[in-house]
Design a protein around this ligand. Sequence first.
Ligand SMILES: *Cc1c(COP(=O)(O)O)cnc(C)c1O
Length: 393
Amino acid sequence: MTDDHDTLPDPVMARPPFPEQFSHLPRYPLLYPHPSPIHPLAALTSHLTSQCASPITLYAKREDHSSPLACAGNKYRKLEYIVPDILSSNPPTTTLVTEGAVQSNHTIQVAAVARKLGLKPLILLGKDTGGGLAAAADKDSYLRAGNVQVTRLLGADVRFLDADGVAAVKSDGSDVPDKVMNQVRKDGGVPYWIPSGASLHPLGGVGYARAAVEIVMQEQELLGSGRFDYVFAACGSGSTVGGLIAGFKLIEKLERERSGSNGTPPRKVIGILNSPTRPCEYHKTRVLDFARKAANLIGLDPEKDISMDDVWLDDRFVGSAYGVLDPEAKQTLGMTAQMEGVILDPVYTTKVMRGMIHYVQHGELASTSSMHTNALFIHTGGQSALGAYADTD
Ligand SMILES: *Cc1c(COP(=O)(O)O)cnc(C)c1O
């Protein structure tokens, strides 16, 4: 193991005056050394905004093109800040253990990172997490195809959990799946537990705080003095949205300090929920917690600088269950494919796109900073699950 990756300059963090606390946080690069691309959604923009009173332009940030590793998606960004902790354990970690739904994208990304680090991936998949398996016409295929296939291809030790097993792996992380971890230890291994979606990990939100910095960097190139007034992202386990909130807060605080003025209105992160299982309030509390944890690590005052007013979650697009492609989401999946040639994923990003379209069509995007409103859709990946959704028509 060398420290080479720690000494590479980070182009995103290179610009002063970032708090050293943030730029010096250990990060192991899993992404490409350049920002994930942002491009306009030209056809959707003209289709959706022709009736709008003031101009709106829609853009997409392609987190599905952020990394050379398997099925690039948002978990790699989070894992960049977790890998140094994995590598610092003594005795050295041998096995990464994590959990997810049957068609989890997170578990693929953990498995690929394990392979990159020369470690073993042990993956627990909850059959009863969400409604994907129950809704699948071909259940055998749902348990084999799509992301399960990819996870197996990565050589992961994949174990399915039934309802009892899921209860043992509490999603709040309070009860680490002891049996599995102990089994690894008994076999002479050293397991490292990564909670679902990596959100409950203390470092889980930092990756998307850095993504916010990246977005602002790209904003200047793409929009000049304009900005992304609205940022739409999926809210599952919550640290993508939480991290983005913290990152934009930091940038806007620095902007205010530099200009001495109150500046322009804050960029608004809109988290689109994708599961009706728990009430919106539950997610808001979690996201606030993740945003504050990240804030603390990047040089903000978590209590003073971040409040519930910064957390905007929308549960109108959750559909019938997590992991189920409802008719509205399916329509959005097809429309985005056919208008833009862009493929979304069946679990998260279709619901986000559906939400963003709703905001545009119903005039819910007020122009905040200028006459021209820019909205950014974060494509967090996940298309590799589509193979398991082949029969949902
Ligand atoms: C995990 C995931 C999300 C949700 O991100 P969280 O940080 O867990 O809220 C969104 N989109 C895709 C494709 C994902 O895999």
